[in-house]
Design a protein around this ligand. Sequence first.
Ligand SMILES: Nc1nc2c(ncn2[C@@H]2O[C@H](COP(=O)(O)OP(=O)(O)OP(=O)(O)O)[C@@H](O)[C@H]2O)c(=O)[nH]1
Ligand SMILES: [Mg+2]
Length: 487
Amino acid sequence: MTNTKANHKKGKPTEEETSDLKSNIIKAIVLSIFDENGPSPHIFWPKNLDESAGLLIAMKTISLLMGDSTYQNGETTEGVNYFGILPFPDLKLNGLTYFFLIPDVKARGKALAATITVLINENDRVFFYENMKYLRIIIDKTANLIQLNKEHNERENIIEDLREELFEFTMELKDPFSTRRQIKILLTGLDKAGKTSFVHGIRRKYSEIIKALPTKGVERTEENIFEEQNSLISVWDLGGQKKYRERFLEQSKIYLYNIDLMFFFIDIQDVDRIHEALDLFRTILNSLIELEEFPPIVSCVHKFDPDLKGSKDIFKSLEIIADGIKENSERFFIKIFQTSIFDHWSLITAYSYGLSQLSTNRELFRNQLKKFAKKTNSDAILLLNENGIILSSFSKTDISGKVFEISAPHFQSLYKNFKEYKLLEQDFIVTSGITDESKKVIFQKIKVEKYNLYLLLFLEKSSEIEKIEKNLPDFSKNLVDLIHTYI
Ligand SMILES: Nc1nc2c(ncn2[C@@H]2O[C@H](COP(=O)(O)OP(=O)(O)OP(=O)(O)O)[C@@H](O)[C@H]2O)c(=O)[nH]1
Ligand SMILES: [Mg+2]
């Protein structure tokens, strides 16, 4: 099974020769299945993979997704699949794991939980982030084949094909390994749309908002979601005045190349310039298409101040903007938010949503929240970092999701006291009657390694706090790994 294109080029290298090549960034591949013996490595490469290492990989990848309960509870096998990057510090490896279910009539729930894990040295992990799109496609394809082919030797061939494809791919890469993933976030829009104020608002630098002058050229800042993170996130706040806008569009190769996320701002109060703003949006999209860059886009309908909600004029403008944004943008993933610097929560929601698009582990996070919600009978859960950025959210229905929006002012004033409340060593605050007398909201501080995180839970008033306390240690433990590879 060595007839790959790459091998032809090089004239079939032997095993040792191959190991000298850069391609050998791929250290191991493991197909794990939760069978009658629990999570077990079924097929792995290299053949001499240490038995305990194989077992560790199987246990960790499968149990993280299943928790301590068995997964096979009769849910359908469709739509249960997650990608995530997990650290294996004992092996000094990082693994890109895909969790999926294999239909099996004999199994409980008629499916077996399985993972495909590709492992590389932990120092090379940028490789995963940089090549995520491609890796997702080929691993997903492999999982489909595994689902269809039941025989052990058929599956061996499928995993071998994956290995070959990965080797071929890595051979073609030019020296790809910088130590940190570089992430570029762009803030665009007309002058005075409120981009710089948005950045200050997110960071609670209120005094700066008052002082802010029009941005000249571009202002770059760094975003740190965690003190230690794999990525270097630069936020580029582009000056929107005509001369800067023109320069940016002329030099779109510099500004738009390799962008990971774009925010576009439209001032909803500046009715006369809405069409000008939409024109700019279209121009930017066209440049992106030309460069074949398709970053997720968060469009902020900004200056949507709280006192304007309900105004008919605003509603009309909103419609024009929403239509204008959707036009000609089929090839992009775009989400529209209404934001205002007088509604901190609106800024946080839009910003966090954008950042979450950059997290390769967002599905795993959501899955953890979903499981925790089930165990604690919560309708909705939010997980925030110390700066109040939403790392992940889960809600059973749209309505429970909206509760956080409604309870936001309440939450914000509590949040301001979080620092003091840390000193109080009290771990939770309960409030009720915010929206509905039968429900309550719990603010819960959790410690995940050195990080303080905050959970907001929306649940039945009668639910017991003990349930949360009982399930917290496991939940926090699972988050440890995910946080290391959040972004
Ligand atoms: N009412 C209202 N005013 C806002 C809001 N956000 C920003 N502003 C005001 O809008 C003006 C322009 O804000 P900036 O943040 O400087 O706009 P900008 O998009 O960075 O402008 P350039 O740097 O020239 O591209 C300032 O006077 C802000 O105080 C908002 O949400 N509501
Ligand atoms: Mg500015």
